[in-house]
Design a protein around this ligand. Sequence first.
Ligand code: 3HC
Length: 523
Amino acid sequence: MTGGSFSRVGVVGLGTMGAGIAEVLARGGLAVVGVEIDQGALDRGRGHLERSTGRAVKRGKLTEDAQREILGRVALSTDFADLGDCDLVIEAVPERLDLKRTVFAQLDRVCRDDAVLATNTSSLSVTDIAVTTGRPTKIVGVHFFNPAPVMKLVEIIGTVLTEPGAAARVADLVKGLGKTPVTIGDRAGFVANRLLFGYLNQAAGMLESGHATRDDIDAAMKTGAGLPMGPFTLMDLIGLDTCLEVLDAIYAESRDRRHAASPVLRELVTAGLLGRKTGRGFYAHDNSSGDEEKAAGAAPVVGIVGVGPLADAIAALCDRAGSEVRDSAAGLAGCDLIVEAAEGAEAARALLSAAVQAAKPGTVIAVTSVDGSVIEQAMATGRPSDVVGLHLPDPAAGTLAEIATTVATDPDIADRAVGLVARLGLGVVRCRDRAGFIVDALRFPYLNDAAAMLGAGYADADSIDAAMTLGCGYPTGPIADLDRLGPDRAVTVLRALHAETREPALAPAPLLVEHVTAGKPLR
Ligand code: 3HC
Protein backbone atom coordinates (compact mmCIF):
# COMPACT_ATOMS: atom_id res chain seq x y z
CA MET A 1 0.00 0.00 0.00
CA THR A 2 1.47 3.32 -1.11
CA GLY A 3 -1.05 5.82 0.22
CA GLY A 4 0.88 6.95 3.33
CA SER A 5 -1.70 8.14 5.81
CA PHE A 6 -4.54 7.50 3.34
CA SER A 7 -5.84 4.03 2.61
CA ARG A 8 -9.27 4.57 1.10
CA VAL A 9 -9.67 7.33 -1.44
CA GLY A 10 -12.82 8.56 -3.17
CA VAL A 11 -12.98 10.10 -6.62
CA VAL A 12 -16.05 12.12 -7.61
CA GLY A 13 -16.54 12.44 -11.35
CA LEU A 14 -15.17 9.75 -13.66
CA GLY A 15 -14.63 11.69 -16.86
CA THR A 16 -11.22 11.62 -18.56
CA MET A 17 -9.38 13.11 -15.58
CA GLY A 18 -11.35 11.47 -12.76
CA ALA A 19 -11.05 8.01 -14.31
CA GLY A 20 -7.33 8.60 -14.88
CA ILE A 21 -6.88 9.62 -11.23
CA ALA A 22 -8.85 6.58 -10.04
CA GLU A 23 -6.59 4.37 -12.18
CA VAL A 24 -3.43 5.95 -10.72
CA LEU A 25 -4.72 5.41 -7.17
CA ALA A 26 -5.77 1.81 -7.84
CA ARG A 27 -2.46 1.05 -9.55
CA GLY A 28 -0.83 2.33 -6.34
CA GLY A 29 -2.68 -0.35 -4.36
CA LEU A 30 -5.28 1.92 -2.75
CA ALA A 31 -8.94 1.07 -2.30
CA VAL A 32 -10.84 3.53 -4.50
CA VAL A 33 -14.49 4.54 -4.43
CA GLY A 34 -15.54 6.15 -7.72
CA VAL A 35 -18.79 8.13 -7.67
CA GLU A 36 -20.75 9.48 -10.61
CA ILE A 37 -24.00 11.34 -10.93
CA ASP A 38 -26.03 8.56 -12.60
CA GLN A 39 -25.71 5.06 -14.03
CA GLY A 40 -24.95 6.28 -17.58
CA ALA A 41 -22.02 8.43 -16.39
CA LEU A 42 -20.83 5.57 -14.17
CA ASP A 43 -20.83 3.19 -17.15
CA ARG A 44 -18.82 5.71 -19.18
CA GLY A 45 -16.36 6.01 -16.27
CA ARG A 46 -16.01 2.21 -16.11
CA GLY A 47 -15.40 2.29 -19.88
CA HIS A 48 -12.53 4.82 -19.46
CA LEU A 49 -10.91 2.61 -16.80
CA GLU A 50 -11.28 -0.56 -18.85
CA ARG A 51 -9.96 1.04 -22.06
CA SER A 52 -6.97 2.70 -20.41
CA THR A 53 -5.84 -0.41 -18.53
CA GLY A 54 -6.74 -2.57 -21.55
CA ARG A 55 -4.39 -0.47 -23.69
CA ALA A 56 -1.59 -1.20 -21.19
CA VAL A 57 -2.39 -4.94 -21.42
CA LYS A 58 -2.27 -4.79 -25.23
CA ARG A 59 1.13 -3.07 -25.10
CA GLY A 60 2.42 -5.78 -22.77
CA LYS A 61 2.81 -3.31 -19.90
CA LEU A 62 0.25 -5.00 -17.66
CA THR A 63 -0.90 -8.60 -17.29
CA GLU A 64 -4.59 -9.44 -17.47
CA ASP A 65 -4.43 -10.54 -13.82
CA ALA A 66 -2.92 -7.21 -12.80
CA GLN A 67 -5.60 -5.39 -14.77
CA ARG A 68 -8.30 -7.38 -12.97
CA GLU A 69 -6.72 -6.53 -9.61
CA ILE A 70 -6.57 -2.82 -10.45
CA LEU A 71 -10.17 -2.71 -11.64
CA GLY A 72 -11.18 -4.80 -8.61
CA ARG A 73 -9.86 -2.09 -6.30
CA VAL A 74 -12.25 0.49 -7.74
CA ALA A 75 -15.76 0.30 -6.29
CA LEU A 76 -18.20 2.24 -8.45
CA SER A 77 -21.30 3.93 -7.08
CA THR A 78 -23.87 6.63 -7.71
CA ASP A 79 -24.36 7.21 -3.97
CA PHE A 80 -22.26 9.86 -2.20
CA ALA A 81 -22.88 8.03 1.09
CA ASP A 82 -20.41 5.38 -0.12
CA LEU A 83 -17.65 7.96 0.38
CA GLY A 84 -18.37 8.05 4.12
CA ASP A 85 -15.37 5.97 5.15
CA CYS A 86 -12.80 7.53 2.79
CA ASP A 87 -9.78 9.33 4.29
CA LEU A 88 -9.43 11.49 1.19
CA VAL A 89 -11.85 12.38 -1.59
CA ILE A 90 -10.71 13.94 -4.86
CA GLU A 91 -13.33 15.85 -6.82
CA ALA A 92 -12.95 15.89 -10.62
CA VAL A 93 -16.28 17.22 -11.92
CA PRO A 94 -16.57 19.84 -14.71
CA GLU A 95 -14.98 23.25 -14.08
CA ARG A 96 -18.00 25.18 -12.80
CA LEU A 97 -17.69 26.80 -9.41
CA ASP A 98 -21.40 26.33 -8.61
CA LEU A 99 -21.16 22.62 -9.42
CA LYS A 100 -17.96 22.16 -7.42
CA ARG A 101 -19.49 23.96 -4.44
CA THR A 102 -22.55 21.68 -4.57
CA VAL A 103 -20.31 18.61 -4.66
CA PHE A 104 -18.24 19.88 -1.73
CA ALA A 105 -21.41 20.61 0.28
CA GLN A 106 -22.45 16.98 -0.25
CA LEU A 107 -18.96 15.72 0.63
CA ASP A 108 -18.98 17.84 3.78
CA ARG A 109 -22.18 16.09 4.84
CA VAL A 110 -21.18 12.50 4.14
CA CYS A 111 -17.42 12.42 4.84
CA ARG A 112 -15.77 11.92 8.22
CA ASP A 113 -14.72 15.16 9.95
CA ASP A 114 -11.03 14.25 9.65
CA ALA A 115 -11.25 13.42 5.92
CA VAL A 116 -9.26 15.63 3.55
CA LEU A 117 -11.23 16.90 0.56
CA ALA A 118 -9.33 17.74 -2.60
CA THR A 119 -10.28 19.37 -5.87
CA ASN A 120 -8.65 18.59 -9.19
CA THR A 121 -9.67 22.01 -10.48
CA SER A 122 -7.53 23.22 -13.38
CA SER A 123 -7.85 26.89 -12.62
CA LEU A 124 -10.72 27.76 -10.30
CA SER A 125 -9.83 29.21 -6.92
CA VAL A 126 -9.37 26.48 -4.33
CA THR A 127 -10.04 29.15 -1.69
CA ASP A 128 -13.43 29.93 -3.30
CA ILE A 129 -14.33 26.27 -2.91
CA ALA A 130 -12.87 25.95 0.60
CA VAL A 131 -14.75 28.86 2.16
CA THR A 132 -18.15 27.35 1.39
CA THR A 133 -17.34 24.15 3.30
CA GLY A 134 -17.44 23.56 7.02
CA ARG A 135 -13.80 22.36 6.96
CA PRO A 136 -11.71 24.92 5.04
CA THR A 137 -8.52 23.76 6.82
CA LYS A 138 -8.89 20.34 5.18
CA ILE A 139 -9.41 21.53 1.60
CA VAL A 140 -6.52 21.24 -0.86
CA GLY A 141 -6.05 21.38 -4.61
CA VAL A 142 -4.56 18.29 -6.25
CA HIS A 143 -4.06 18.98 -9.92
CA PHE A 144 -3.24 16.05 -12.22
CA PHE A 145 -2.29 16.34 -15.89
CA ASN A 146 -3.82 14.63 -18.87
CA PRO A 147 -3.28 11.70 -19.44
CA ALA A 148 -3.17 11.22 -15.65
CA PRO A 149 -1.67 7.70 -15.77
CA VAL A 150 1.27 9.04 -17.81
CA MET A 151 2.11 12.57 -16.71
CA LYS A 152 4.32 12.62 -13.60
CA LEU A 153 3.47 16.03 -12.19
CA VAL A 154 0.80 16.72 -9.58
CA GLU A 155 0.40 20.30 -8.36
CA ILE A 156 -0.62 20.45 -4.71
CA ILE A 157 -2.36 23.67 -3.81
CA GLY A 158 -2.66 24.88 -0.25
CA THR A 159 -4.80 27.95 0.44
CA VAL A 160 -4.19 30.46 3.24
CA LEU A 161 -6.74 28.41 5.20
CA THR A 162 -5.32 24.91 4.58
CA GLU A 163 -3.59 23.32 7.59
CA PRO A 164 -0.01 22.52 6.49
CA GLY A 165 -0.38 18.87 7.47
CA ALA A 166 -3.20 18.32 4.94
CA ALA A 167 -1.18 19.50 1.92
CA ALA A 168 1.89 17.58 3.14
CA ARG A 169 -0.10 14.35 3.56
CA VAL A 170 -1.49 14.65 0.03
CA ALA A 171 2.02 15.38 -1.32
CA ASP A 172 3.26 12.20 0.42
CA LEU A 173 0.44 10.20 -1.15
CA VAL A 174 1.33 11.54 -4.57
CA LYS A 175 5.00 10.63 -4.09
CA GLY A 176 3.98 7.11 -3.08
CA LEU A 177 2.08 6.84 -6.36
CA GLY A 178 5.29 7.50 -8.30
CA LYS A 179 4.38 11.09 -9.18
CA THR A 180 6.23 14.30 -8.38
CA PRO A 181 4.31 16.79 -6.24
CA VAL A 182 4.97 20.52 -6.55
CA THR A 183 3.35 22.44 -3.70
CA ILE A 184 2.26 26.00 -4.47
CA GLY A 185 -0.22 28.71 -3.50
CA ASP A 186 -3.68 29.35 -4.91
CA ARG A 187 -3.33 31.48 -8.06
CA ALA A 188 -5.37 31.00 -11.26
CA GLY A 189 -3.73 28.39 -13.48
CA PHE A 190 -1.20 27.45 -10.77
CA VAL A 191 2.20 27.01 -12.42
CA ALA A 192 1.76 24.80 -15.47
CA ASN A 193 -1.58 26.02 -16.82
CA ARG A 194 -0.60 29.64 -16.20
CA LEU A 195 2.43 29.12 -18.44
CA LEU A 196 0.82 26.73 -20.92
CA PHE A 197 -2.45 28.44 -21.76
CA GLY A 198 -1.07 31.84 -22.80
CA TYR A 199 0.95 29.91 -25.37
CA LEU A 200 -1.98 27.72 -26.50
CA ASN A 201 -4.23 30.74 -26.89
CA GLN A 202 -1.57 32.65 -28.80
CA ALA A 203 -1.28 29.70 -31.20
CA ALA A 204 -5.06 29.84 -31.72
CA GLY A 205 -4.73 33.59 -32.38
CA MET A 206 -2.02 32.90 -34.97
CA LEU A 207 -4.36 30.54 -36.76
CA GLU A 208 -7.23 33.00 -36.49
CA SER A 209 -5.16 35.80 -38.04
CA GLY A 210 -3.94 33.61 -40.91
CA HIS A 211 -0.30 33.95 -39.82
CA ALA A 212 0.21 30.20 -40.39
CA THR A 213 -1.85 27.03 -40.76
CA ARG A 214 -2.84 24.63 -38.00
CA ASP A 215 -0.53 21.93 -39.36
CA ASP A 216 2.41 24.29 -39.76
CA ILE A 217 2.06 25.69 -36.25
CA ASP A 218 1.82 22.17 -34.80
CA ALA A 219 4.78 20.96 -36.85
CA ALA A 220 6.84 24.03 -35.92
CA MET A 221 6.41 23.49 -32.18
CA LYS A 222 6.88 19.74 -32.36
CA THR A 223 9.87 19.69 -34.67
CA GLY A 224 11.34 23.14 -34.06
CA ALA A 225 10.86 23.38 -30.29
CA GLY A 226 10.95 19.64 -29.51
CA LEU A 227 7.56 19.59 -27.75
CA PRO A 228 5.74 16.25 -27.55
CA MET A 229 2.71 17.70 -29.33
CA GLY A 230 1.87 20.85 -31.24
CA PRO A 231 -0.58 23.28 -29.58
CA PHE A 232 -3.65 22.22 -31.59
CA THR A 233 -3.07 18.51 -31.01
CA LEU A 234 -2.65 19.28 -27.32
CA MET A 235 -5.79 21.44 -27.09
CA ASP A 236 -7.74 18.61 -28.72
CA LEU A 237 -6.28 16.21 -26.12
CA ILE A 238 -7.13 18.49 -23.19
CA GLY A 239 -10.63 19.22 -24.55
CA LEU A 240 -11.53 22.60 -26.02
CA ASP A 241 -14.23 23.18 -23.41
CA THR A 242 -11.63 22.72 -20.69
CA CYS A 243 -9.24 25.03 -22.56
CA LEU A 244 -11.93 27.70 -22.68
CA GLU A 245 -12.76 27.32 -19.00
CA VAL A 246 -9.11 27.51 -18.01
CA LEU A 247 -8.51 30.60 -20.15
CA ASP A 248 -11.60 32.35 -18.81
CA ALA A 249 -10.53 31.64 -15.23
CA ILE A 250 -6.96 32.82 -15.80
CA TYR A 251 -8.16 35.92 -17.65
CA ALA A 252 -10.46 36.78 -14.73
CA GLU A 253 -7.40 36.98 -12.49
CA SER A 254 -4.65 38.16 -14.84
CA ARG A 255 -6.65 40.62 -16.99
CA ASP A 256 -3.95 39.84 -19.54
CA ARG A 257 -5.41 40.01 -23.06
CA ARG A 258 -3.29 37.03 -24.03
CA HIS A 259 -5.60 34.94 -21.86
CA ALA A 260 -8.76 36.30 -23.51
CA ALA A 261 -9.86 33.16 -25.34
CA SER A 262 -9.38 33.29 -29.09
CA PRO A 263 -12.72 33.48 -30.96
CA VAL A 264 -11.91 30.31 -32.92
CA LEU A 265 -11.76 28.37 -29.65
CA ARG A 266 -15.08 29.74 -28.45
CA GLU A 267 -16.68 29.00 -31.83
CA LEU A 268 -15.52 25.37 -31.81
CA VAL A 269 -16.83 24.90 -28.27
CA THR A 270 -20.20 26.46 -29.15
CA ALA A 271 -20.39 24.07 -32.11
CA GLY A 272 -19.80 21.13 -29.76
CA LEU A 273 -16.46 20.32 -31.41
CA LEU A 274 -14.51 19.69 -28.22
CA GLY A 275 -11.49 17.73 -29.46
CA ARG A 276 -10.65 14.05 -29.14
CA LYS A 277 -13.51 13.28 -26.81
CA THR A 278 -16.14 14.29 -29.40
CA GLY A 279 -14.12 13.09 -32.40
CA ARG A 280 -13.49 16.58 -33.76
CA GLY A 281 -11.92 19.83 -32.59
CA PHE A 282 -9.11 21.57 -34.42
CA TYR A 283 -8.59 18.15 -36.05
CA ALA A 284 -11.02 15.49 -37.20
CA HIS A 285 -9.78 12.53 -35.21
CA ASP A 286 -10.90 9.85 -37.62
CA ASN A 287 -8.42 11.20 -40.18
CA SER A 288 -4.70 10.86 -39.91
CA SER A 289 -3.29 14.31 -40.44
CA GLY A 290 -0.10 16.29 -40.16
CA ASP A 291 2.00 13.91 -42.21
CA GLU A 292 4.99 15.77 -43.49
CA GLU A 293 5.41 15.86 -47.25
CA LYS A 294 8.43 14.02 -48.51
CA ALA A 295 10.80 16.29 -50.38
CA ALA A 296 11.57 15.13 -53.90
CA GLY A 297 14.29 16.30 -56.27
CA ALA A 298 18.03 16.84 -56.39
CA ALA A 299 19.88 18.67 -53.63
CA PRO A 300 19.90 22.37 -54.55
CA VAL A 301 22.95 24.50 -55.24
CA VAL A 302 23.06 26.97 -52.35
CA GLY A 303 24.83 30.29 -52.18
CA ILE A 304 25.69 31.53 -48.72
CA VAL A 305 26.56 35.18 -48.24
CA GLY A 306 28.01 36.29 -44.93
CA VAL A 307 30.10 34.55 -42.31
CA GLY A 308 29.38 33.53 -38.74
CA PRO A 309 27.65 30.76 -36.79
CA LEU A 310 24.46 30.86 -38.88
CA ALA A 311 26.40 30.66 -42.15
CA ASP A 312 28.34 27.71 -40.69
CA ALA A 313 25.12 25.97 -39.60
CA ILE A 314 23.58 26.37 -43.07
CA ALA A 315 26.77 25.11 -44.72
CA ALA A 316 26.68 22.07 -42.41
CA LEU A 317 23.06 21.35 -43.42
CA CYS A 318 24.00 21.61 -47.10
CA ASP A 319 26.90 19.26 -46.51
CA ARG A 320 24.57 16.76 -44.81
CA ALA A 321 22.17 16.94 -47.78
CA GLY A 322 24.94 16.69 -50.39
CA SER A 323 24.23 20.23 -51.63
CA GLU A 324 26.91 22.21 -53.37
CA VAL A 325 27.69 25.46 -51.52
CA ARG A 326 28.97 28.55 -53.28
CA ASP A 327 30.08 31.79 -51.73
CA SER A 328 31.88 33.69 -54.50
CA ALA A 329 30.09 36.38 -56.54
CA ALA A 330 30.69 34.41 -59.75
CA GLY A 331 29.37 31.21 -58.18
CA LEU A 332 26.14 32.82 -57.02
CA ALA A 333 24.95 33.18 -60.62
CA GLY A 334 24.19 29.46 -60.88
CA CYS A 335 22.53 28.97 -57.48
CA ASP A 336 18.96 27.77 -56.90
CA LEU A 337 18.85 29.41 -53.49
CA ILE A 338 20.90 32.23 -52.00
CA VAL A 339 20.85 32.61 -48.23
CA GLU A 340 21.97 35.79 -46.54
CA ALA A 341 23.51 34.78 -43.23
CA ALA A 342 25.39 37.92 -42.28
CA GLU A 343 25.70 39.14 -38.72
CA GLY A 344 24.09 42.55 -38.35
CA ALA A 345 21.52 44.37 -40.47
CA GLU A 346 23.93 46.73 -42.26
CA ALA A 347 26.29 43.94 -43.30
CA ALA A 348 23.32 41.86 -44.45
CA ARG A 349 21.97 44.64 -46.62
CA ALA A 350 25.28 45.35 -48.34
CA LEU A 351 26.08 41.68 -49.00
CA LEU A 352 22.59 41.00 -50.19
CA SER A 353 22.46 43.72 -52.81
CA ALA A 354 25.75 42.43 -54.29
CA ALA A 355 24.40 38.86 -54.26
CA VAL A 356 21.14 39.85 -55.93
CA GLN A 357 23.09 41.52 -58.75
CA ALA A 358 24.88 38.22 -59.36
CA ALA A 359 21.80 35.97 -59.15
CA LYS A 360 19.80 35.01 -62.20
CA PRO A 361 16.09 36.01 -62.16
CA GLY A 362 13.90 33.51 -60.34
CA THR A 363 16.64 32.51 -57.87
CA VAL A 364 15.14 32.25 -54.40
CA ILE A 365 16.72 34.84 -52.09
CA ALA A 366 16.36 34.02 -48.40
CA VAL A 367 17.08 36.57 -45.68
CA THR A 368 17.43 35.53 -42.08
CA SER A 369 16.02 38.43 -40.07
CA VAL A 370 13.29 37.22 -37.77
CA ASP A 371 12.07 40.50 -36.32
CA GLY A 372 9.38 41.24 -38.89
CA SER A 373 11.77 43.10 -41.20
CA VAL A 374 11.97 40.67 -44.15
CA ILE A 375 9.92 43.13 -46.17
CA GLU A 376 12.44 45.94 -45.52
CA GLN A 377 15.32 43.77 -46.69
CA ALA A 378 13.27 42.55 -49.65
CA MET A 379 12.52 46.11 -50.79
CA ALA A 380 16.20 47.04 -50.45
CA THR A 381 17.17 44.29 -52.93
CA GLY A 382 15.07 45.83 -55.70
CA ARG A 383 13.68 42.30 -56.35
CA PRO A 384 11.23 41.85 -53.46
CA SER A 385 9.19 39.23 -55.31
CA ASP A 386 12.14 36.81 -55.11
CA VAL A 387 12.71 37.25 -51.37
CA VAL A 388 11.53 35.10 -48.47
CA GLY A 389 12.52 34.97 -44.79
CA LEU A 390 14.31 31.86 -43.54
CA HIS A 391 14.66 30.96 -39.87
CA LEU A 392 16.16 27.87 -38.27
CA PRO A 393 14.75 27.81 -34.70
CA ASP A 394 17.40 25.29 -33.69
CA PRO A 395 20.25 25.47 -36.23
CA ALA A 396 22.32 22.81 -34.46
CA ALA A 397 19.50 20.24 -34.55
CA GLY A 398 18.82 21.07 -38.20
CA THR A 399 15.29 19.70 -38.10
CA LEU A 400 13.04 22.61 -39.00
CA ALA A 401 13.06 25.69 -41.19
CA GLU A 402 10.45 28.43 -41.12
CA ILE A 403 9.84 30.25 -44.40
CA ALA A 404 8.16 33.64 -44.12
CA THR A 405 6.61 35.32 -47.11
CA THR A 406 5.82 39.01 -47.41
CA VAL A 407 3.01 40.70 -49.30
CA ALA A 408 5.54 41.20 -52.11
CA THR A 409 6.74 37.59 -52.41
CA ASP A 410 5.80 35.87 -55.67
CA PRO A 411 3.74 32.76 -54.72
CA ASP A 412 5.82 30.59 -57.09
CA ILE A 413 9.01 31.75 -55.40
CA ALA A 414 7.47 30.90 -52.02
CA ASP A 415 6.62 27.38 -53.24
CA ARG A 416 10.09 26.97 -54.72
CA ALA A 417 11.67 28.15 -51.45
CA VAL A 418 9.73 25.53 -49.49
CA GLY A 419 10.72 22.78 -51.94
CA LEU A 420 14.41 23.75 -52.02
CA VAL A 421 14.76 24.00 -48.24
CA ALA A 422 12.92 20.69 -47.81
CA ARG A 423 15.51 19.11 -50.10
CA LEU A 424 18.12 20.12 -47.52
CA GLY A 425 16.44 17.54 -45.28
CA LEU A 426 14.54 20.01 -43.11
CA GLY A 427 10.89 20.01 -42.12
CA VAL A 428 9.48 23.25 -43.55
CA VAL A 429 6.65 25.40 -42.25
CA ARG A 430 5.34 28.65 -43.73
CA CYS A 431 4.18 31.83 -42.09
CA ARG A 432 3.93 35.55 -42.66
CA ASP A 433 6.65 38.11 -41.96
CA ARG A 434 5.94 38.84 -38.31
CA ALA A 435 8.38 39.07 -35.41
CA GLY A 436 9.53 35.65 -34.22
CA PHE A 437 7.90 33.81 -37.16
CA ILE A 438 6.21 30.85 -35.42
CA VAL A 439 8.55 29.14 -32.94
CA ASP A 440 10.18 32.19 -31.38
CA ALA A 441 6.91 34.14 -31.38
CA LEU A 442 5.33 31.36 -29.35
CA ARG A 443 8.18 30.25 -27.12
CA PHE A 444 9.68 33.54 -25.94
CA PRO A 445 6.45 34.99 -24.47
CA TYR A 446 6.04 31.69 -22.58
CA LEU A 447 9.65 31.91 -21.37
CA ASN A 448 9.05 35.52 -20.37
CA ASP A 449 5.99 34.48 -18.36
CA ALA A 450 8.14 31.89 -16.58
CA ALA A 451 10.77 34.54 -15.76
CA ALA A 452 8.02 36.86 -14.52
CA MET A 453 6.60 34.06 -12.36
CA LEU A 454 10.04 33.43 -10.89
CA GLY A 455 10.54 37.15 -10.34
CA ALA A 456 7.17 37.39 -8.57
CA GLY A 457 8.23 34.64 -6.16
CA TYR A 458 5.20 32.41 -6.89
CA ALA A 459 7.35 29.34 -7.54
CA ASP A 460 11.08 28.57 -7.58
CA ALA A 461 13.08 27.60 -10.67
CA ASP A 462 12.96 23.87 -9.88
CA SER A 463 9.17 23.88 -9.46
CA ILE A 464 8.64 25.89 -12.66
CA ASP A 465 10.89 23.59 -14.69
CA ALA A 466 9.35 20.46 -13.15
CA ALA A 467 5.85 21.73 -13.94
CA MET A 468 6.55 21.93 -17.65
CA THR A 469 8.74 18.84 -18.03
CA LEU A 470 6.68 16.51 -15.84
CA GLY A 471 3.25 18.06 -16.42
CA CYS A 472 3.43 18.74 -20.13
CA GLY A 473 6.27 16.52 -21.35
CA TYR A 474 8.52 19.42 -22.42
CA PRO A 475 12.08 18.22 -23.00
CA THR A 476 13.42 20.97 -20.71
CA GLY A 477 11.80 23.51 -18.40
CA PRO A 478 11.52 27.22 -19.23
CA ILE A 479 14.15 28.48 -16.80
CA ALA A 480 16.66 25.97 -18.19
CA ASP A 481 15.54 26.95 -21.71
CA LEU A 482 16.22 30.62 -21.01
CA ASP A 483 19.77 29.80 -19.94
CA ARG A 484 20.27 27.51 -22.95
CA LEU A 485 18.89 29.95 -25.53
CA GLY A 486 20.45 32.93 -23.74
CA PRO A 487 18.64 35.57 -21.67
CA ASP A 488 20.10 38.19 -24.05
CA ARG A 489 18.50 36.51 -27.07
CA ALA A 490 15.23 36.25 -25.15
CA VAL A 491 15.30 39.99 -24.43
CA THR A 492 16.06 40.80 -28.10
CA VAL A 493 13.20 38.66 -29.43
CA LEU A 494 10.79 39.93 -26.77
CA ARG A 495 11.65 43.54 -27.58
CA ALA A 496 10.91 42.86 -31.27
CA LEU A 497 7.60 41.20 -30.35
CA HIS A 498 6.73 44.05 -28.03
CA ALA A 499 7.63 46.66 -30.64
CA GLU A 500 5.39 44.94 -33.18
CA THR A 501 2.36 44.32 -30.96
CA ARG A 502 2.74 46.83 -28.09
CA GLU A 503 1.38 44.03 -25.92
CA PRO A 504 2.40 45.02 -22.35
CA ALA A 505 3.02 41.42 -21.22
CA LEU A 506 5.58 40.97 -24.02
CA ALA A 507 7.95 43.53 -22.55
CA PRO A 508 10.89 41.54 -21.13
CA ALA A 509 10.39 40.63 -17.47
CA PRO A 510 12.53 42.82 -15.18
CA LEU A 511 14.28 39.72 -13.79
CA LEU A 512 15.34 38.72 -17.31
CA VAL A 513 16.70 42.18 -18.10
CA GLU A 514 18.55 42.19 -14.79
CA HIS A 515 20.20 38.86 -15.59
CA VAL A 516 21.25 40.12 -19.02
CA THR A 517 22.75 43.26 -17.48
CA ALA A 518 24.55 41.19 -14.86
CA GLY A 519 25.70 38.67 -17.48
CA LYS A 520 24.47 35.94 -15.16
CA PRO A 521 22.32 32.90 -16.04
CA LEU A 522 19.01 32.46 -14.23
CA ARG A 523 20.10 29.26 -12.50
N1 3HC B 1 -3.93 6.81 -20.99
C1 3HC B 1 -2.99 5.99 -20.51
N2 3HC B 1 -1.77 5.86 -21.06
C2 3HC B 1 -1.51 6.59 -22.15
C3 3HC B 1 -2.44 7.47 -22.71
C4 3HC B 1 -3.70 7.56 -22.08
N3 3HC B 1 -4.65 8.39 -22.53
N4 3HC B 1 -1.87 8.08 -23.79
C5 3HC B 1 -0.63 7.59 -23.89
N5 3HC B 1 -0.42 6.71 -22.90
C6 3HC B 1 0.82 6.00 -22.63
C7 3HC B 1 1.07 4.92 -23.64
O1 3HC B 1 0.46 3.71 -23.27
C8 3HC B 1 2.57 4.84 -23.62
O2 3HC B 1 2.99 4.08 -22.49
P1 3HC B 1 4.22 3.08 -22.58
O3 3HC B 1 5.40 3.91 -22.98
O4 3HC B 1 4.32 2.54 -21.17
O5 3HC B 1 3.86 2.05 -23.59
C9 3HC B 1 3.03 6.28 -23.36
O6 3HC B 1 1.91 6.92 -22.76
C10 3HC B 1 3.41 6.99 -24.63
O7 3HC B 1 2.28 6.95 -25.50
P2 3HC B 1 2.34 6.86 -27.08
O8 3HC B 1 3.60 6.16 -27.49
O9 3HC B 1 1.04 6.36 -27.59
O10 3HC B 1 2.32 8.35 -27.54
P3 3HC B 1 3.35 9.49 -27.35
O11 3HC B 1 4.75 9.02 -27.21
O12 3HC B 1 3.00 10.43 -28.42
O13 3HC B 1 2.96 10.14 -25.94
C11 3HC B 1 1.76 11.62 -24.61
C12 3HC B 1 1.69 10.56 -25.69
C13 3HC B 1 2.31 11.01 -23.33
C14 3HC B 1 0.36 12.12 -24.38
C15 3HC B 1 2.74 12.76 -25.10
O14 3HC B 1 2.41 13.17 -26.38
C16 3HC B 1 2.74 13.99 -24.20
O15 3HC B 1 3.41 14.03 -23.19
N6 3HC B 1 1.95 15.03 -24.59
C17 3HC B 1 1.78 16.24 -23.81
C18 3HC B 1 0.62 16.05 -22.89
C19 3HC B 1 0.38 17.26 -22.02
O16 3HC B 1 0.90 18.34 -22.22
N7 3HC B 1 -0.45 17.08 -21.00
C20 3HC B 1 -0.83 18.14 -20.11
C21 3HC B 1 -1.99 18.91 -20.66
S1 3HC B 1 -2.48 20.22 -19.58
C22 3HC B 1 -3.44 19.47 -18.42
O17 3HC B 1 -3.73 18.31 -18.48
C23 3HC B 1 -3.90 20.32 -17.31
C24 3HC B 1 -5.37 20.47 -17.34
O18 3HC B 1 -5.73 21.23 -16.20
C25 3HC B 1 -5.91 21.13 -18.54
